[in-house]
Design a protein around this ligand. Structure first.
Ligand code: ADP
Ligand SMILES: Cc1cn([C@H]2C[C@H](O)[C@@H](COP(=O)(O)O)O2)c(=O)[nH]c1=O
Length: 210
């Protein structure tokens, strides 16, 4: 079973995965953010936030590669939970850069051709998408609390755009094809309630498509 945990920046994906990582026979793959912050001594994530028009393609190309690298890892347990996917990198983040006028058309076209080639030629199986649905305001507060250096420049409006793209994709089915059933978990609640909800949904999540 392959399960993707999707949601806005600082919605609680890593915290959710940490919780499930305590279960035996589950492999948890977190996002390779450390790579996005340091590739051979360069920081494409930081560069993108400083100057998205110049560095958006650089970051998104690297995100696409590192996500693909995660997707093709052989499974070592019956269940794999992965933080986001090559799909959300493209449908949410690259799309946001392009739609907001910060990614030039030619950059978006090249990235899109790469993406289309990958999903046509390489199997990227998924059984369930768990969407942690938050308000942008909650994410904004959690983002400030987490205090990742590169993200200090993120305004609330950025989280609103990411939120709207997620909602159009996974809730309203208005933008792109959704590759698996979606389980929506309301995620504005405090940690105690979130852990309770994860427990309540444990079977639904781990038995995806049985
Ligand atoms: N339910 C919650 N209530 C309050 N704070 C939370 C909750 N879940 C996570 N956090 C905190 O919010 C920040 C972002 O959470 P994280 O799990 O890293 O999100 P993501 O992986 O989606 O970016 C972290 O500082 C984390 O400790
Ligand atoms: C997938 C993806 C992510 N990013 C950025 C967004 C955030 O600043 C970090 C990921 O952190 P999170 O707390 O796990 O959401 O990376 C991006 O710019 N482009 C992408 O495709």
């Amino acid at each position: 079973k392959q399960i993707w945990i999707e949601g806005n920046i600082a919605s609680g994906k890593t915290t959710c995965l940490e919780y499930f990582s305590k279960t035996s026979d589950i492999e948890v793959l977190t996002e390779p953010v450390s790579k996005w912050r340091n590739v051979q001594g360069c920081n494409p994530l930081g560069l993108m936030y400083q100057d998205p028009s110049r560095w958006g393609l650089t970051l998104q190309t690297y995100v696409q590669l590192t996500m693909l690298d995660r997707h093709v890892l052989p499974m070592s347990t019956p269940v794999r939970m992965m933080e986001r996917s090559i799909y959300s990198a493209k449908y949410i983040f690259a799309e946001n850069l392009y739609k907001s006028g910060k990614m030039p058309e030619v950059d978006f076209a090249v990235l899109s051709e790469w993406f289309e080639w990958i999903i046509k030629n390489i199997a990227i199986p998924v059984d369930l998408i768990v969407y942690l649905q938050t308000s942008p305001q909650t994410c904004y507060e959690r983002l400030k609390q987490r205090c990742r250096e590169e993200e200090k420049v993120i305004p609330l409006e950025y989280l609103e755009s990411i939120h709207n793209l997620y909602e159009d994709w996974l809730i309203h089915h208005k933008s792109f094809e959704v590759p698996a059933p979606v389980l929506v978990i309301p995620a504005d609640h405090d940690l105690k309630k979130m852990l309770h909800q994860y427990e309540e949904n444990r079977e639904k999540i781990l038995m995806a498509h049985c």
